[in-house]
Design a binder for this molecule. Structure first.
Ligand SMILES: Nc1ncnc2c1ncn2[C@@H]1O[C@H](COP(=O)(O)OP(=O)(O)OP(=O)(O)O)[C@@H](O)[C@H]1O
Length: 651
């Protein structure tokens, strides 16, 4: 038992007892067994093939066809036992990631063949036993390592664990991956190796049994790579099954794998112990020079000319079927691991213990309920927005611009001559913040979306919980700086003497910002390419400004009669103009340039100014339309996020 207490994982015996013994089972169930036991998973895959339809023009610009079929994996078979680390190697584009995805039950379109975990075909309920460490370390980088792990633990560990237990698990993972030193450092400041550990740590929190890693050592120096593989080895020793693609391992790393699957053009060309690979290729007549890193030699071999590659592909099939034996001593088959036979499949599918070890229960689809998801995501979004919004730079920008603005429109007298300046103040206010917010949300959202997709791929939370939390938390925080801005500029410019009007002004400014943010989110969620998004945003924003009648006072009738109603700038602007000229104040006439009545009277009312400025709707109407637009674009953004697939197009 001390073992469990010390490192959080049970020994093999205890797992066995847990599966078969009555009393021990009770003992285990009193504990939080999902975190302390590692269900052992053997993976068996038979004739895994993946064919996709590629737009013909992608392969041959002159093709008359619409699509051409491309085989990314061709009858790949193998067996991986729990506690093993298996390396997938092969030239770039050989299908490593595709195989990894297929074995992990991801991107299954066009896949045929069978994959079994302990004799059971992949089911969604197995998701929580698996972890997938993506090649890219995708995080909200302003969070610290500990924050990142804590939020993930709160989201992904099941409801029945207390907050303290979840935090405990975070500390265990930090210790296990030896990232204590950088635990409180923002992720953007930690090294590549630490980032990779943090990435792996995020996936280890749920104590998965089967871990897939896509090129975990890429970008790491050899010492960090060795250290990382050492960590993987320790995980494997706990009974976890580890499958990793890898590009150019050092000799030491290469030798440390239990199994090597070498692919070329989606076909297996070697499957066996890494240490036997050179002997195998020697039986085919390819001898590695002495002192050569075997991994480099193997990769050089498959990267050689096409003829050699074709020969190696064919040789694997022939050797496997014993059709290729140069001499008894040169029989390559002895170096290959057996591919699973029908008997193996049958044995594994009939093994009830294997299925029981998977511990699949009828758990709910989500680890925690929607409200709990909302609360965690709300807290995370709050923290992120706080960190991203309240930077010294942003605060300095808001305050200095407010002062410049206040100085430019300084203490405008309530006179006829200030009507255009009052209108331009409102215009500036109602365009600057919304434009800035829209561009920011447009730029940041596609990246955020990648992180959310990654988190959701592991079944962490509902999209609706994320979206509600994001909307609820970001709204108020994003409004703090514009409020500070208005607080300074409004009074310096002498827009109105009433505090109530100031507050109403603020509401319009904030609503305009929220509408703009929603449009930014909508474009960001709809358009895959950020450059297209920028073009779309620029065109739509400038069009909305133009048709809003801010620059062209006499729009062609056929255009002006309807298009101006689309412009959210117009509603924000008109609402604020009405507020600015509200109240019973009388303004001083100057020369009647703007107010015709001023040619024969000395004062005029706010209503006269509004007539001159052609303000259409009432304050309440402008408010309602803006609020409606906010809701409309938020819903559109959600729908886009939900239904428009990320077109990164990976297999
Ligand atoms: N959606 C897709 N459309 C067209 N081709 C695709 C698509 N997805 C993957 N491929 C192709 O499938 C092949 C295998 O891709 P995969 O990512 O599995 O290779 P890999 O061995 O992991 O490569 P790398 O080492 O460069 O990451 C590549 O040639 C890739 O271009």
């Amino acid at each position: 038992m001390s073992d469990i207490v010390n490192n959080g994982y049970r020994s093999d015996n205890e797992i066995h007892i847990q599966m078969n013994g009555g009393d021990s089972m009770d003992i285990v169930s009193n504990h939080d067994d999902s975190l302390v036991t590692t269900a052992k998973i053997d993976v068996l895959f038979v004739n895994v093939t993946k064919v996709i339809n590629v737009p013909a023009k992608m392969l041959d610009p002159n093709s008359k066809e619409k699509f051409i079929q491309r085989t990314l994996l061709d009858r790949v078979s193998g067996q991986i036992h729990s506690g093993e680390i298996v390396a997938l190697m092969g030239p770039s584009g050989s299908g490593k990631t595709t195989l990894l995805n297929t074995l992990a039950g991801r991107a299954l379109t066009g896949v045929s063949g069978d994959v079994y975990y302990n004799g059971i075909r992949y089911k969604k309920s197995m998701k929580r036993k698996l972890a997938y460490v993506l090649q890219q370390d995708l995080f909200f980088e302003s969070l610290t390592v500990r924050e990142q792990l804590t939020y993930t633990a709160l989201l992904r560990l099941p409801n029945h664990l207390t907050r303290a237990q979840k935090k405990d698990q975070v500390e265990k993972v930090i210790e296990q991956l030896r990232i204590q030193k950088c635990a409180n450092t923002p992720i953007m400041l930690i090294s590549g190796g630490e980032k990779k550990r943090c990435n792996i740590g995020t996936e280890l929190l749920t104590n998965p049994s089967l871990i897939f890693l896509d090129e975990p050592t890429s970008g790491l120096d050899s010492t960090s790579a060795v250290a990382l593989v050492e960590t993987l080895r320790q995980l494997a020793q706990q009974g976890k099954t580890i499958i990793t693609s890898i590009h150019q391992p050092s000799s030491q790393v290469f030798q440390s794998f239990d199994q090597l699957i070498l692919l070329a053009d989606g076909k297996t060309i070697y499957m066996g112990r890494p240490k036997n690979s050179l002997s195998y290729f020697a039986t085919l007549g390819y001898h590695a020079p002495a002192q050569y890193n075997p991994a480099d030699y193997v990769m050089d071999l498959v990267n050689q000319d096409m003829a050699v590659r074709e020969e190696l592909k064919q040789a694997y099939v022939d050797v496997k079927l014993s059709k290729y034996v140069r001499s008894p001593s040169m029989d390559g088959k002895q170096y290959l691991l057996e591919e699973p036979t029908d008997n193996d499949v049958e044995r594994s599918t009939k093994n009830k213990d294997g299925a029981a070890a998977l511990g699949l229960t009828k758990e709910s689809k989500w680890p925690i309920n929607m409200f709990a998801q909302f609360l965690v995501l709300y807290s995370r979004a709050n923290k992120l927005t706080g960190k991203n919004e309240f930077t010294l730079l942003n605060i300095a920008q808001a305050l200095s611009l407010a002062i410049v603005c206040g100085l430019c429109w300084l203490q405008m007298p309530f006179k006829e001559s200030t009507i255009p300046d009052r209108a331009s103040f409102v215009f500036f206010l109602m365009t600057f913040w919304p434009l800035q917010t829209l561009m920011k949300s447009l730029m940041s959202f596609p990246f955020e979306r990648m992180i959310i997709n990654k988190e959701r791929a592991s079944g962490s939370f509902r999209l609706s919980a994320y979206f509600l939390a994001k909307s609820a938390s970001e709204g108020p925080l994003k409004l703090v700086l514009p409020t500070a801005f208005l607080l300074i500029a409004f009074w310096m410019a002498n827009i109105h003497r009433s505090f109530a009007v100031f507050l109403a002004f603020l509401v319009f400014q904030l609503l305009a910002i929220l509408v703009a943010e929603s449009i930014g989110l909508f474009i960001g969620a709809t358009v895959a390419d950020i450059r297209q998004g920028m073009v779309l945003a620029t065109v739509s924003l400038l069009s909305l400004l133009l048709v809003g009648g801010f620059f062209v006072k006499n729009l062609p009738h056929w255009l002006g009669v309807w298009a101006k109603w689309l412009s959210f700038f117009k509603y924000a602007n008109d609402g604020c103009l009405r507020l600015g000229f509200s109240g019973g104040r009388r303004y001083e006439c100057v020369d009647g340039t703007y107010i015709t009545g001023c040619r024969n009277q000395t004062t005029f009312t706010g209503r006269d100014a509004l007539t001159y400025l052609k303000v259409d709707l009432t304050i309440a109407e402008n408010f309602l339309v803006l609020a409606g637009m906010f809701i409309f674009f938020r819903i559109l953004a959600y729908i886009s996020l939900r239904f428009i697939k990320d077109k990164s197009g990976r297999t």
